[in-house]
Design a protein around this ligand. Sequence first.
Ligand SMILES: [Zn+2]
Length: 301
Amino acid sequence: MHEMLIVASFWQSYLQALPQPSVSPPSSITQQKNPAYFSEILSRRERHRQFFYDVARSKDDPESSEKEEPKTIVIFAPHPDDEILCCSRTIAQRLQQGDRVKIIYVTDGDGLQEVLPARAQTYGRSRRTESRVATRVLGLEQSDLFFLNFPDRQLSDLMENENVRSQYTGQTYTNHDSAFPHTPYRLSLLQKNIDRLLSRLEPDEVYIPSQIDEHPDHRVTAQIVHNILSLREKKPDIYEYIVHGKTFPDQEIASRDPLKLKLIRFFRSQFHDRSHRESLEQFASTEEAFQRVGAEIVKKQ
Ligand SMILES: [Zn+2]
């Protein structure tokens, strides 16, 4: 840390002497976590400058160094792709800051209509793979992803029925390779498994779908997580995102993010036709908006 402060002091004086010559890149794990995503957002030189600027600021302000404690962020995705559509910029930024990011997928999105059950299962596995690839580009590991494999398009059935059978895969319990294998499709067991994950991860912030999202799986996911969190002692900050339906009232139209667009294009299984593709690509925006529960403002990242 002492060496870092010396470097920071150097950087402070260096900032005043513009234009700047190029400098050797500093070694920083946080900068290397997701270079594929970030390298084009900020130039290499800008990132080096920002890094030293932040260190210099933390030296001057004792409070800011106390705020550097890494946080744990948990994102709930009803289907593989929701995490990228709603939160890929947020994930990249939080990893860059040194925070931990974990994603819980409630279903595999295997609700493929008018096909044999085995085909629907294969489709679900391919959707998992798409999420694995896209999140790897962001800098996440396989161990950061939790696939619960509950029935796609039928989460609302769990609220009304004791045991549910997937209309698509024919399954009544989770796959052997899910985070909790061979779990019967029952609301109480889904709640229990999510609660166990939250106990293990102890998130500081949780991102969930909005309760005004038009997709029933999204609304039910939100309701389930709200119910579980209300019973837990540690209360993380909760942020809601919208994928289906209207945007938040004061959400603005931002410009297109070509890197987010690249991530979205990993989800080829969702490009059923041109209109599907375009509806997904419209999420490639330079702004991600969240409604913080209990607050009126929309947070933008
Ligand atoms: Zn979804």
